[in-house]
Design a protein around this ligand. Structure first.
Ligand SMILES: [Mg+2]
Length: 314
């Protein structure tokens, strides 16, 4: 990137990330300054502020690109704010899970890696998903994980680690009742019965679980995986098949791709979107193809399960 192209807008959520991640943000800013690049650094006050800053950058003719340092929530708001603009966007992952950054192949805690991504300028289109009126970039769920996310959100005060999820997962596992749910993909009912659904636009869920195994973040399609289960035993079975990447062939699993997903139920079922509590059912999910252009590591691949499990204990 040349200084003549305009300034770089840096949107930084200072409340997310570890001290080492914050240090990388600081060092990367120093690197950009050493290249005589013009910077505008803004610290976010809230998620909606992150979106407003991105929208402002999108319309400024002399803004050349946007770099966002934050977790999945901040990144999602910046994608939403930039939607439809041709300004390239780059990430500096700072957060607990970083679903999107992991999918794009970003490594954590490596200044050299971030510099390499910036210098290689490899761009890929990224789609944006919408569930009712809420936007999300990565993955959502109806049922089991909706309950987990609600419990985490109720207990959460500021930054959390992966271990914070342990008790909510255990509690949900033993208490979830598997109410019936109906799911349509592109106006056709594909499932009606007891089960749980995971949908979205990235192949790897939390801890790198390859639930939406063939999802592509820039193909204009949503992927959905429905696990048929009326109690905990099939859920364990499905989870094991998923770890070994063979769930899509199982009779107990329905896997589809489409442009529109509808989820409804007569029972109360919680939803989650990118790890935050989502809107209540009925849910209508759609996709905005090629909403933004994002810088990715050259030859980047989604970060695998093993590395992500190790990170939990780092
Ligand atoms: Mg897709």
């Amino acid at each position: 990137m040349n200084p003549e192209n305009g300034y770089i807008s840096l949107i930084v959520n200072t409340s997310s990330g570890s001290s080492s991640e914050k240090h990388i943000v600081k060092q990367f800013i120093e690197y950009l300054e050493s290249k005589q690049l013009q910077l505008q650094v803004n610290h976010t006050k809230s998620l909606s502020h992150a979106r407003a800053l991105a929208t402002e950058s999108a319309v400024k003719f002399n803004c050349a690109m946007v770099i966002v340092a934050g977790g999945d929530g901040t990144i999602r708001e910046v994608v939403h704010g930039l939607e439809g603009s041709d300004k390239p966007m780059m990430l500096i992952p700072c957060g607990t899970e970083n679903l999107l950054a992991n999918e794009l192949g970003y490594k954590k805690n490596s200044l050299n890696h971030i510099i390499q991504i910036f210098e290689s300028n490899t761009l890929r289109p990224l789609d944006l998903c919408k569930a009712n009126d809420t936007f999300f970039t990565s993955v959502g769920g109806a049922g089991f994980d909706g309950d987990i996310v609600q419990l985490v959100s109720d207990r959460r005060r500021g930054n959390i680690t992966h271990l914070f999820y342990f008790f909510p997962i255990l509690k949900t596992f033993f208490s979830y009742k598997f109410p019936p749910i109906t799911i349509e993909v592109d106006d056709k009912v594909v499932f009606s019965g007891r089960g749980i659904a995971i949908f979205g636009n990235i192949s790897r869920y939390a801890l790198g679980l390859p639930i939406l195994k063939v999802a592509d973040f820039g193909d204009g399609l949503l992927d959905i995986c429905i696990y048929k289960c009326s109690n905990q035993i099939p859920l364990i079975y499905h989870s094991l098949l998923t770890i070994f990447k063979s769930h899509r062939k199982s009779k107990g699993v329905i896997y589809r791709q489409g442009k529109k997903i509808k989820i409804y139920s007569d029972s109360f079922i919680r939803t989650e979107l990118d790890g935050d509590p989502g809107p209540p059912l009925p849910l209508e999910v759609s996709i905005i193809p090629h909403a933004v252009k994002v810088l990715v590591p050259p030859k980047g691949k989604p970060v695998g399960m093993r590395r992500r499990v190790f990170r939990v204990f780092e």
